[in-house]
Design a protein around this ligand. Structure first.
Ligand code: IMP
Length: 420
């Protein structure tokens, strides 16, 4: 029996993974983030207090656990320093319980600048979080990125900056005109240094010793650089497979794979969204679900649950368990819908998620409607306590996507959950 579990988002991010990672982390000894950077925002409520984590895994709140960021993550060091400070109000954060991979790449002021200007100057913006994520991964792929292990070493860091100045006039001019940003960036190195180590090797040792690990993804499967709605995606491997390459361990060691999906669907940023609603139902989902981005505050686009997309996510990630989150938001709707297929003007009925966004943009959802259920549903306990209309809705999802719904989210607190 394997002791390594993976949790990923099964939609376009913002599925509410933070809470579930927090719940599942209870049984883990190590919790590691495997991709993304501070583009993510995991909102948690600890004893009624709200906290938004951008980089540190949500497992940090469990005593005795070790949280790590593995090689495939990108790290904003200044933001890491302030996040550590914020989390310290709730629990201890030390190099004993927070490990940052020396291999992870660093988000520099230059990457943030590039992200902002790229988005401004293009005719087809992606709607990025402007946190410098894409340019940091680009530099990594170009073999000219800065890794955490080199960043915390003053000589290596200075050498990296020197090389960029020598190789790029744009970098040079940005560097010279924004000395304040670079001073702050360099000052953070000393503060994060105690947390930087070969976290990947230490986690592999833990796997070898059969310790319990939970590997957490950020964003969602439909934003995966390879399998998502390219180019309207993030720059890393958000799908479960990304955990393997980021930490570097044997696929044979993987046990349970959990996918978190909302009971409906949202998206922030640009890109296709066949079930997007531009009507009263869409507005109601947005207001009841408080659908604003945790990182950027942007309003999220809302729509009915897209079975074609979710089935694709189940397949791409090999999900063993589906967690249907924010189920309480659907209570009180007279009628709820599932998009069971798409209709395309020339291709006809489509049941498999298309690889290209032009096809996806021309798809209209084919809906199956379900009778709604009352606003009041049980908050905790067994899923079987749900009204029969809700159970019918869930049973249809399970059958259509080919995965079992093991847990249902009913509110923001740790205890607001129904189990099968
Ligand atoms: P980037 O990751 O900032 O480069 O943004 C690329 C795309 O991913 C944009 O559509 C963003 O809105 C989206 N994105 C990035 N992080 C998140 C997230 O945590 N939740 C939802 N969408 C995200």
């Amino acid at each position: 029996m394997s002791h390594v579990s993976i949790v990923i988002g099964a939609q376009w991010g913002d599925e509410g993974k933070g809470k579930w990672i927090d719940i599942l982390a209870k049984d883990a000894e190590y919790v590691a983030r495997f991709q993304g950077g501070n583009n993510a925002g995991h909102t948690l409520y600890i004893d009624g207090k709200k906290i938004v984590l951008h980089q540190i895994p949500s497992g940090i709140f469990h005593e005795g656990q070790i949280c790590a960021l593995t090689a495939g993550v990108v790290i904003n060091p200044e933001q890491m320093v302030s996040e550590i400070k914020e989390v310290t109000q709730f629990c201890e954060v030390t190099p004993k319980n927070l490990w940052l991979s020396a291999r992870a790449h660093v988000i520099t002021p230059w990457s943030i600048q590039l992200d902002q200007t790229n988005e401004k100057n293009t005719t087809t913006p992606i709607g990025t979080t402007k946190r410098g994520i894409g340019p940091t991964y680009s530099l990594k792929a170009q073999r000219s990125g800065l890794r955490m292990g080199n960043y915390i070493d003053t000589a290596s860091r200075k050498q990296w900056i020197k090389r960029q100045i020598a190789e790029s006039e744009e970098f040079k001019s940005f560097y010279n005109s924004h000395q304040d940003l670079w001073t702050q960036f360099e000052a953070a190195a000393e503060k994060v240094a105690p947390y930087v180590l070969d976290a990947d090797a230490k986690l592999r040792e833990a796997i070898q010793s059969e310790k319990r690990l939970l590997l957490e993804g950020a964003q969602g499967a439909l934003l995966d650089i390879d399998h998502g709605t390219y180019p309207f995606v993030t720059s890393s491997s958000t799908a479960a497979g990304g955990a393997l390459s980021s930490l570097g361990f044997s696929p044979k060691k993987i046990g349970n794979i959990y996918g978190v999906a909302k009971a409906y669907l949202t998206r922030v940023g640009e890109g296709p969204f066949p079930t997007e609603l531009d009507d009263e139902d869409g507005k109601l989902l947005a207001s009841k679900g408080h659908e604003f981005g945790a990182t950027t505050g942007r309003p999220r686009r809302c729509g009915w649950l897209d079975i074609v997309a979710l089935r694709y996510a189940v397949q791409v990630n090999g999900l063993d368990h589906l967690i249907l989150n924010k189920f309480d938001i659907l209570g009180g709707f007279k009628e709820v819908k599932l998009a069971v297929a798409y209709e395309h003007p020339t291709l006809g009925r489509i049941e498999n998620f298309p690889w290209d966004i032009d096809t996806l943009n021309s798809c209209k959802p084919i809906y199956q409607s379900f009778e709604g259920w009352p606003e009041d549903i049980p908050i905790s306990g067994s899923m079987s306590e749900l009204p029969k209309q809700a159970l019918t809705y869930i049973a249809n999802i399970e059958e259509l996507v080919g995965a079992k719904v093991s847990m249902v989210g009913t509110g923001v607190n740790r205890s607001d959950a129904l189990y099968r």
